[in-house]
Write a protein that binds this ligand. Structure first.
Ligand SMILES: Cc1cc2nc3c(=O)[nH]c(=O)nc-3n(C[C@H](O)[C@H](O)[C@H](O)COP(=O)(O)OP(=O)(O)OC[C@H]3O[C@@H](n4cnc5c(N)ncnc54)[C@H](O)[C@@H]3O)c2cc1C
Length: 480
């Protein structure tokens, strides 16, 4: 039997999980196959990137992983990472209320407080804001559509104050976007599930949910990039092609796909898993389907900068409260969130130092991408001084800009995904799309989506009518 040739484009967590699944299925079926993973950067990981900074392994992109399923922990164990797993020292965050940092209520569902008349909620929303949330069970309201915008729905249910001070900063921290426009079903399916349990959102949230409890937040001692590095190590030694950007995909002989690389080389394969952000996928797919390219090109992304800053311990007038803080949207906002790295992650503590990680930039706040490093660092430090009373400037800063950073799951996202899936399935070639653009931005969702895409591509190739699989060709055979 002719071995299958399969390509994965993008070696972020999603692409590596897709490649791992392709190799696993091919081994299981006892069918020889060659899996090639093309990555534009010189290293794997994409938006998961760790670096040594002031003696600690810090993360410049994703910095914690919310694990919901025990299978994810088992998968980390199978990759040999069990002894690398670390848990946060604290997850108690605060919110800036315009005058000071106020601790966030302990139990909220994406910012919606099921018990709004507790003191921890009143001190953040005020008596009126909390009373407005508490009135929710008595309001009449129809169930929203699964793909409707979250902002208007929540404002109608729990009032603008709770949305502005609690929900928006929390969601802003995850998507770097505005609650107003995000799809309820795509970003907050558990709110819809609560409405399935009770007409009142609050009462529904108070009832036990059938979903299994999450394992919790974790990181890895050497930084989260340890995960994509471990995934890459588990692939056959010749699979990975870092520093190799794919320029476009086109139709090859029969139903094969030609993967054309920057620099002119090309290779013909039986199927491709595309694991790059949707706008990048749109560019690559143009030569195969203009219609799918147009659809993929619609997705909007936010741009974000992260600044990891080391201060002398003496720069702080007092001990930092909890794991960090969030800043609600508003005029003149500079920092959107700040993590107290050595409080949240005890393994990062370095004697005599305080390590902060600030995030700047969001949809409609593009300035961090437009200014130089010196201006960005000065603005962020000045802003942090206001929150924390810092008495000295940082002794070291690492700036990382992410462009694009995070996809915006706008109202209509679920039907967009369904349209993209339908168009992909009707192509005359074997293609699977995966990654944070589609079914979740969290690392656990990316791992799952990569594995799903790998399985889907394998099924397409394994069930292709015999004789349609392309014969192996040598690289550069098809140079234009
Ligand atoms: C600042 C920031 C903080 C975050 N924090 C968290 C967090 O704390 N927890 C969490 O769970 N998630 C977090 N996320 C989200 C999470 O990091 C991403 O959703 C996830 O890493 C996306 O993985 P991916 O593999 O789908 O895509 P990516 O990581 O974007 O990988 C895509 C890869 O494709 C490559 N590529 C693109 N075009 C081409 C081409 N033409 N040819 C070859 N290769 C190409 C890119 O170089 C990249 O390596 C954060 C994201 C950002 C930006």
């Amino acid at each position: 039997m002719i071995p299958h040739r399969l390509a994965v484009v993008g070696a972020g967590v999603s692409g590596l999980a897709a490649a791992q699944e392709l190799v696993r299925r091919s081994d299981l079926a006892g069918i020889a196959s060659e899996v090639m993973v093309f990555e534009a950067q010189g290293q794997v990981g994409g938006r998961v990137k760790s670096e040594s900074f002031q003696g600690a392994s810090i993360d410049l992109g994703a910095e914690s992983m919310l694990v919901r399923s025990p299978e994810t922990m088992a998968a980390l164990g199978a990759l040999g990472l069990a002894d690398q797993v670390v848990r946060p020292g604290t997850t108690a965050a605060s919110i800036w209320n315009g005058r000071r940092l106020v601790p966030m209520p302990r139990s909220t569902a994406l910012g919606v407080p099921p018990h709004p008349l507790r003191w921890e909620v009143i001190r953040l929303l005020g008596l009126l804001g909390s009373a407005r949330v508490a009135a929710e069970p008595w309001l009449r309201g129809s169930r929203p559509g699964a793909d409707d915008p979250l902002g208007p729905f929540l404002a109608g249910r729990i009032g603008h104050t709770a949305v502005r001070r609690l929900v928006d900063p929390l969601l802003g921290g995850i998507y770097a976007g505005s609650t107003e426009l995000l799809s309820i079903g795509a970003v907050a399916p558990h709110l819809l599930a609560a409405l399935d349990r009770d007409h009142s959102l609050l009462r529904g949230l108070r009832q036990p949910s059938p979903a299994s409890p999450a394992v919790g937040f974790i990181s890895l001692k050497g930084g989260l990039q340890t995960l994509p590095l471990a995934l890459a190590r588990a692939l056959p030694p010749t699979a990975l092609r870092t520093g190799t950007a794919v320029r476009r995909l086109s139709r090859g002989a029969g139903d094969s796909i030609r993967v054309e690389m920057d620099g002119g080389d090309s290779v013909e394969v039986d199927g491709v898993a595309l694991a790059v952000p949707a706008p990048a996928a749109a560019q690559l797919i143009q030569g195969i389907s203009g219609e799918l390219a147009r659809e993929l090109g619609r997705q909007e992304y936010s741009n974000v900068a992260t600044l990891t800053m080391a201060y002398p311990a003496a720069a702080l007038p007092q001990r930092l409260p909890g794991s960090g803080f969030l800043v609600p949207r508003g005029r003149g906002r500079v920092v959107t969130a700040c993590t107290f790295l050595d409080q949240k992650w005890p393994h990062l503590r370095e004697p005599g130092l305080v390590m902060l990680r600030a995030s700047a930039g969001s949809v409609g706040e593009e300035w961090p991408l437009e200014v130089d490093d010196a201006t960005l660092v000065t603005s962020v430090h000045t802003h942090l001084r206001r929150f924390l009373g810092l008495r000295q400037v940082p002794i070291a800063v690492r700036v990382q800009r992410w462009q694009p950073a995070l996809p915006q799951y706008r109202a209509g996202h679920l039907s967009w995904c369904a349209r993209v899936d339908g168009m992909t399935a009707s192509l005359p070639v074997r293609l699977a799309l995966c990654g944070s653009s589609f079914r979740g931005v969290g690392l656990e969702a990316c791992l799952r989506d990569g594995a799903r895409a790998g399985a889907s591509l394998w099924e397409q190739v394994a069930h292709a009518p015999s004789g349609t699989s392309s014969a192996p060709v040598t690289e550069s055979d098809h140079n234009a």
